[in-house]
Design a protein around this ligand. Sequence first.
Ligand code: UD1
Ligand code: CA
Length: 459
Amino acid sequence: MAPLHVVILAAGQGKRMKSRLPKVLHRLAGRTLLEHVAAAVQKLDPATIHVVYGHGGSQVRDAQSALGVQWVEQREQLGTGHAVEQAMPGIPDEATVLVLYADVPLIAAGTLRETVTATADGSLALITTPVDDASGYGRILRDDDGCVIGIVEDKDANDDQRSIREINTGILAAGAASLRGWLGRIDNNNAQGERYLTDVIALAVSDGDGARSISPGALEEVLGVNDRSQLAKLERYYQHQQAERLMGEGVTIADPSRLDIRGEVDVGQDVSLDVNVILEGNVVIAEGVRIGPNCIIKDAEIGAGSEIHANTVIEQARVGSGCRIGPYARLRPGTDLAEEVHIGNFVEVKNTRVGRGSKANHLTYLGDSRIGKKVNVGAGTITCNYDGAEKHTTIIEDDVFVGSGVELVAPITVRAGATIGAGATVTKDIPSGVLSVNRGRQTTVENWARPTKKNKAPK
Ligand code: UD1
Ligand code: CA
């Protein structure tokens, strides 16, 4: 099969977005529009991806340098045909070329594959679809046999042509050698004075190569983003699709319109998601996990049967199976919880491993710590991990009982089975099995009168 070379057109200004940010850098489900298109074509394993940029070009390049694409500048926007021409020098004759728009983010890889496959016999293939309101779009012209014979742009169309409801989505594929030839023959004698890519269709037909039309799997696949309203509509559509997929895999979703997925989510059976859950980045949720309302989970793994209660925020963390987290817990990067760990309300955990069955249920900060099994951390306990210059480690071994309101000044080690009485400020290591008490002596002052205000200020 011919190698596939992709050309993504991204030189448009996107005026209707009313934004300082180039249009293709606006985000849908957490990823830029350009990233969506690039991700779709990556699934076809192309030899190269060329992105034609113009307006705000260096900003797009800098922001998306991780995409690993080839950047092609179009200095002046002289039309879609001109834009594709800019990429052609980097594409060999034996290639198949697939052209897409960076502002049509939800195109499916399957539809693209079908389009590329349709060029196998040398014909041009383009994605078309009927729409209710075709105004503004290029219209598909067909002969009496129903064969595609060309495209007429809205501004160049006569009244008859304007009544055609089948539109050009802009996505097409063709052999590189043929496309190069056709592009060399187009001109800008049209209403907009532009070099139209769409003019290559009639040339393919007159050369006898022919043009085939491909239908998208859903209309939303080929809808473009021109303003923020269209962006929001596609976002909702996309989220609805994600929710449908999860429900298909056995997830209960309290309200599919109140779930947001901004990344890749891998779920087990019988997971349940309450309202206003946001899942970001790479999230793995094992069987039977229940996530309460208003939880944000980013780049994290939640083990089987765990319960994440309301208003919990988890980022770059691993939660083992059978854990109980929240409500109002915050698991920060580097948190690694074994099985059956309980992290309760207003507890913050960072860069900390917690062993099986340990609990920190109330108002606690655990940072840069290694906590063993069956440790009980009392309310209001704080690991003092930062001395103003460096971070230090707190080690709490198995079966330790930390009373309430304890400050553990790191670096510090509390050996297995030790008990720390409430209110201690621990600065020295505690040996195994002991009770460590460390607090000011309590005194009582008899007959003590609380001060009262002497002269109330006159009003
Ligand atoms: C284009 C098609 C039209 C189709 C419609 C679908 C042409 C001539 N017309 O019209 O048939 O129905 O898309 O949305 O192709 N671009 C560049 N450089 C340029 C001009 C455009 O990179 O010089 C990019 C834009 O950023 C955009 C895409 O090409 O992503 C389409 O350009 P636009 O001007 O929006 O074309 P339309 O007039 O909408
Ligand atoms: Ca457009």
